[in-house]
Each structure stands twice: as structure tokens, then as C-alpha cells.
Design a protein around this ligand. Structure first.
Ligand SMILES: *Cc1c(COP(=O)(O)O)cnc(C)c1O
Length: 412
């Protein structure tokens, strides 16, 4: 029986979400649209299969086909990033980070990672997160004048605190990260280096950003952001850590892997190995630069003055708004973004000074520089009339008509 007949309530909710995705402009920097092939793989009978263990060493019978799927996913992703070992079982980015930490750290060990308030992630030691509870966390940040990672600070904190692990990578940092600088500091101070490329792994796969795999002990990522795969995570590492990572993921942290999602990851890695994915990654960055220029020309202050990647962090107090008000007004117009702290923010997380804007999803719909200029104008118009419902309604109508010309993969 089809979902529509079996459960009209859930079916209807999904229909409305499809319409929202088609009619709106998705600018959340951590989101993207998966291909129809990835959605199909994720929606298969592989969800029925228990496969605790790893290919060739499972705790359940009947794993011959899912073994092939997981082996293919691992082989493809090792080729994609040039990694010695891959574990594709983590359910999400947070579990991937937990696995990398727990494979070499003991509770109470010290990690040096980027401050959440300056662009880092919850799993980089936020006090309510497991990472902040289990480990002694020291945070680095960005310089106040140019909002770039302060490598002098990273080096001096590493010398002072002798961290067991240094964590590079961020969730709201609009610049390319120089992984080799982190590797030098880690080597000099005897720390392990973990690079969490969750946001920009698609840019690494597409060869527009430098690859951390050769210089890092561990590289973790989500698969659903710029990499454009199903919602999930993975750990890449040097061969010497392979056994520890595998043991930490299972049985350490998880039970049975999500084999339907691992199949979808295999499809994602296959797509990212195509030359067209490099074109996509280039276009994502070019679109972000165009959008950044449009917003700056309209009077918005951009953190670090621009972008090298898929995201823009902008201080909306520069046009007398707050992040919360800007997010709400844009949402009303069908433009989805998230409010975000900016470096050295004087405001609070629930109503910060900034919004974060990303181009990965719109680029998947086929939008290019011209469309980014148009989108930038709409963003400016809405923000400059944030208390004018009639004007926002007008923009919403224009966006609906415009967006329908750019199909969302998998939605007819
Ligand atoms: C998104 C993100 C994660 C976590 O991903 P989830 O899949 O939401 O658990 C981890 N690290 C960074 C840097 C991220 O941006």
C-alpha cells in the first residue's frame, strides 16, 4: 500500500514539506538537496537489515549483500579523499566526532578546539555537549580585526596546555582553513590532529579546498552538507588508528548500522567522484562570492569581509536589525537562513547579531551568479522592510514564481 493510502496524515505532512522546499529559497549553510538516486537508496529494504559488525565479520546472518554495499561505500570514499581507512557507520557528524575522540582520548584529556561563539561546533567542547562534559576543553578563536583564525593564539595555547588533540574545522567560518598550519602546531606540541570538515567536505571532494586527509590523524565529516549525501557521518583516519576507530564506533558507541543510509552514502560518494561534482563545488564558491558582493554593496557588514567557501556570515546590526528579526522576516518571504553569533558578539545566542547564509542548496537547483544577484536583492529588500508585511508578501510571491523554475531533485 502506498504511504498516501496507508497513512494520509504523515503523507500530507511530507507533501507540505515538499511544497516548502520547492517554493522557497534554501540558504541554510548546512543544508543541501540529495539526488533522486540517493533518496531512492535511502528508501529501500536495506532498512530492514541488522548488520552489527563489519563486512566479513558480522554478528548476524544474511549480510552478503549489505557487506558488498558497505565495502563499496568504504572503497569509494577512500578513493574520493585519498584516505587510508574509512568508517562509514556513524549515524551523524556528532557520532563521528565522538568516535574519533574516544578512539584515542580518555575522559579528562585536553582538547584544543574552536570556540562555538566564534564559529566552532557543539561537539568541539560546548559545556552542555558530551565533548564539554568528558574533556578538558581549551578554545581558540578568530582575530578581532579580520575574523581569521588566530594561529598565533592556537600555537601559544597548544604550548601552554599541551592538548592531547587539536581540533580544526568549523560551522560558521567563511574562509578556507589551512590544515597544514594546524598540522605543524600539532606536531610541534605532540597533539593528535582531528579535522572536522563537516561543512566543507564537498569543497574538498570537489578539489576547491585543500584536503586535510594527508596531514591529519583523523578527519570527520557529515555527509549531508556540501557533500550532498544522506543525513549521516563518517570517520577517515590513518591505518594505525583503523582498529581503534572501528572498535569505538561498534561496539563502543552504536549498535546496528543504518544499511539503507550506507547505501545512499555509497551513491553520494559515486556522485562526488564524477567530474561534474568539481563543477558543482566551484559553482558553490563562485555563487557565495557573488552573493557576498551583492549583500556588501547593499550595506551589510560581512564577517572577514567576504567568503572563500559556501557560506557568508553577516552582521545585521549593521542595518539596525537583530539576527532573530532578520531570520523571521526572511522566513516570511520564503528565504530560509539561520540566526548566528558573530565573532565578539555583544548579543545573546537566542537573538544574536548575525545571520549565516549558504549557497550549497541553491547551487544544486542550478542557480548561478545572475540568480545570486537576484537573491541578494531580495534579501536586502526584505531586511530593509522587515516590519512591512505587505512588502514581504510581495517578495514572497516573486520568489515562489522564480523558484519554480529551478527543480528540486526528487520532487516532481
Ligand atoms: C554539522 C556539524 C557537525 C554535526 O553534525 P550532525 O550530523 O548534526 O550531528 C559536526 N561538526 C561540525 C563542524 C558541523 O558543522
Amino acid at each position: 500500500m502506498s504511504l498516501r493510502d496507508a497513512d494520509p496524515s504523515v503523507w500530507d505532512m511530507i507533501q507540505r514539506e515538499e511544497t516548502r522546499q520547492v517554493e522557497g529559497l534554501e540558504l541554510i549553510a548546512s543544508e543541501n538537496y540529495t539526488s533522486a538516486a540517493i533518496q531512492e537508496a535511502a528508501g529501500t529494504v536495506l532498512t530492514n537489515k541488522y548488520a552489527e559488525g563489519y563486512p566479513g565479520r558480522r554478528y548476524y546472518g544474511g549480510c552478503e549483500f549489505v557487506d558488498e554495499v558497505e565495502t563499496l561505500a568504504r572503497d569509494r570514499v577512500r578513493e574520493l579523499f585519498g584516505a587510508e581507512h574509512a568508517n562509514v557507520q556513524p549515524h551523524a557528524g556528532s557520532q563521528a566526532n565522538m568516535a574519533a575522540y574516544m578512539s584515542v582520548l580518555k575522559p579528562g584529556d585536553t582538547i584544543l578546539a574552536m570556540d562555538l561563539a566564534q564559529g566552532g561546533h557543539l561537539t568541539h567542547g560546548m559545556h552542555l555537549n558530551f565533548s564539554g562534559q568528558l574533556y578538558n576543553v581549551v578554545h581558540y578563536g578568530v582575530r578581532e580585526d579580520d575574523h581569521r583564525i588566530d594561529f598565533d593564539q592556537v600555537a601559544s595555547l597548544a604550548k601552554e596546555h599541551k592538548p592531547n588533540m587539536i581540533v580544526a574545522g568549523a560551522s560558521a567560518y567563511p574562509r578556507e582553513i589551512d590544515h597544514s598550519k594546524f598540522a605543524d602546531i600539532a606536531r610541534e606540541t605532540g597533539a593528535k590532529l582531528m579535522v572536522d570538515m563537516a561543512h566543507y567536505s564537498g569543497l574538498v571532494a570537489g578539489k576547491v579546498h585543500n584536503n586535510p586527509v594527508p596531514v591529519a590523524d583523523f578527519v570527520t565529516t557529515t555527509t549531508h552538507k556540501t557533500l550532498r549525501g544522506p543525513r549521516s557521518g563518517m570517520v577517515l583516519c590513518k591505518e594505525e588508528y583503523a582498529k581503534d576507530v572501528d572498535r569505538t564506533v561498534f561496539p563502543g558507541l552504536q549498535g546496528g548500522p543504518l544499511m539503507h543510509i550506507i547505501a545512499a552514502k555509497a551513491v553520494c560518494f559515486g556522485e562526488a567522484l564524477q567530474p561534474s561534482f568539481q563543477e558543482y563545488a566551484k559553482q558553490v564558491v563562485s555563487n557565495a562570492k557573488t552573493l557576498a558582493e551583492t549583500l556588501a554593496a547593499g550595506g551589510l557588514r560581512l564577517m572577514s569581509g567576504g567568503t572563500d567557501n559556501h557560506l557568508i556570515l553577516t552582521d545585521v546590526t549593521s542595518i539596525d536589525l537583530t539576527g532573530k528579526i532578520a531570520e523571521k522576516a526572511l522566513d516570511q518571504a520564503g528565504i530560509t537562513v539561520n540566526k548566528n553569533m558573530i565573532p565578539y558578539d555583544q548579543r545573546k545566542p537566542l537573538d544574536p547579531s548575525g545571520i549565516r547564509i549558504g549557497t550549497a542548496a541553491l547551487t544544486t537547483r542550478g542557480m548561478k551568479e545572475d540568480e545570486m544577484q537576484q537573491v541578494g536583492q531580495w534579501i536586502l529588500r526584505v531586511m530593509k522592510s522587515a516590519d512591512n508585511d505587505a512588502e514581504i508578501e510581495k517578495v514572497r510571491g516573486e520568489i515562489q514564481e522564480f523558484a519554480r523554475n529551478f527543480p528540486v531533485p526528487g520532487i516532481k
